[in-house]
Write a protein that binds this ligand. Structure first.
Ligand code: HXC
Ligand code: NAP
Length: 283
């Protein structure tokens, strides 16, 4: 449905672009003509995705950057501008998450997720918006949220993520209004389950739980990466010019089936939790 040059002339900065959904969005957007600047903490995945984009005839570059560090974000934003001139879009995709019983969390565990998801999103958002406002140029921000934030229901066992993603949604709606006069659009996507190594390794405790997630899904399947990448392309494109402050859920109606995606972890017995925790402690 999309014209192959739909994103031609565009330059997009994406956090966490080296893996999972970030990688899939980067590849799709590059395939539609955009130039991509990827950031993340590890160099290797970023380098690999850039090579993949270039091998397909696209333009991409990267910088290692921890989004928790404002100075590092500033440096990456400047490096991106140096590479591509004006950056017109930002995708806040980087995240940290894991399942844990909340009463067992250390303050640092809570903080680790909040600082990647909430502070990191703020850092990147402000770094680019300041540039766009100063240059009197429009901009586009797309935040990757989750359904348990969009549904305003939270989710047991992923409390730091639920708090952080809810904050990101508050940022999305607040800034959509505050910065509309600068022609900066701020939207979000709330994905349901999309298989990625990052999410599955941290959030799927077992094959049985994965099967249960599939069995209880109204569509009996997980999301396909291209479905999410196409939604991201649409929301960033000129076709979506009047969409501002919106969070689009893409989950095959999973959250409607039962609020609190991870509440089914209630079925895991105490003894299994203890085994998992001691295995993690031994690492
Ligand atoms: C309890 C944990 C823990 C766990 C880490 N911690 N894992 N606590 N249960 N499973 C604690 C540590 O003990 C430590 O606290 C603190 O968290 C920080 O851990 P570090 O490993 O030092 O932090 P860091 O290296 O910064 O790593 C951050 C991270 C890690 C979030 C913990 O998982 C990460 O890098 N994640 C990035 C990728 C990711 O999470 N992808 C999934 C996104 S999927 P102490 O007190 O010991 O110092 C997603 C999907 C949602 O969001 C919906 C899915 C369907
Ligand atoms: P992922 O592959 O683990 O993606 C997370 C990315 O964030 C990684 O590339 C990681 O790279 C980067 N990152 C983490 N901490 C960072 C930091 N401090 N600074 C910079 N980059 C950092 O997992 P994913 O499933 O694709 O998740 C992508 C997004 O989709 C996240 O926002 C997630 O919450 C959201 N989401 C996913 C699902 C799903 O089912 N997969 C569902 C709902 C929402 P480094 O480790 O190299 O830094």
């Amino acid at each position: 449905m999309f014209q192959q040059d739909m994103m031609k002339g565009r330059a997009i900065f994406i956090t966490g672009g080296g893996t999972g959904l970030g990688r899939s969005m980067a590849l799709r957007l590059a395939g539609l003509g955009a130039r991509l600047f990827l950031v993340g903490r590890r160099e290797e995945p970023l380098r690999d995705v850039c090579a993949e984009i270039r091998a397909a005839g696209g333009a991409a570059s990267f910088a290692t950057c921890d989004v928790r560090d404002y100075a590092a974000v500033e440096a990456a934003a400047s490096a991106a501008e140096k590479e591509f001139g004006r950056i017109d879009s930002l995708i806040n995709n980087a995240a940290g998450n894991f399942i844990a019983r909340t009463e067992k969390l250390s303050p640092n565990a809570f903080n680790a997720v909040i600082s990647i998801v909430l502070n990191g999103t703020f850092h990147c958002t402000q770094a680019f918006a300041r540039r766009w406002i100063a240059a009197k140029q429009p901009g586009n921000i797309l935040n990757i949220s989750t359904t348990y934030a969009a549904a305003n229901c939270g989710s047991g066992f992923t409390v730091p993520s639920a708090c952080a993603k809810a904050g990101v949604l508050a940022m999305t709606t607040s800034l959509a209004v505050e910065w509309a006069k600068y022609r900066i659009r701020v939207n979000a996507i709330a994905p349901g389950p999309f298989p990625t190594e990052g999410a599955w390794s941290r959030l799927m405790p077992s094959k049985q739980f994965e099967q249960h997630a599939l069995d209880s899904h109204p569509m009996k399947r997980f999301g396909r990466h291209e479905e999410l990448a196409n939604l991201a392309a649409f929301l960033l494109s000129d076709m979506a010019e009047y969409i501002n402050g919106e969070c689009v859920v893409i989950d095959g109606a999973q959250w409607l089936r039962g609020a609190g995606e991870f509440n089914d972890l209630l079925e895991i017995p105490e003894s299994v939790w203890e085994q998992m925790e001691s295995a993690r402690a031994k690492k």
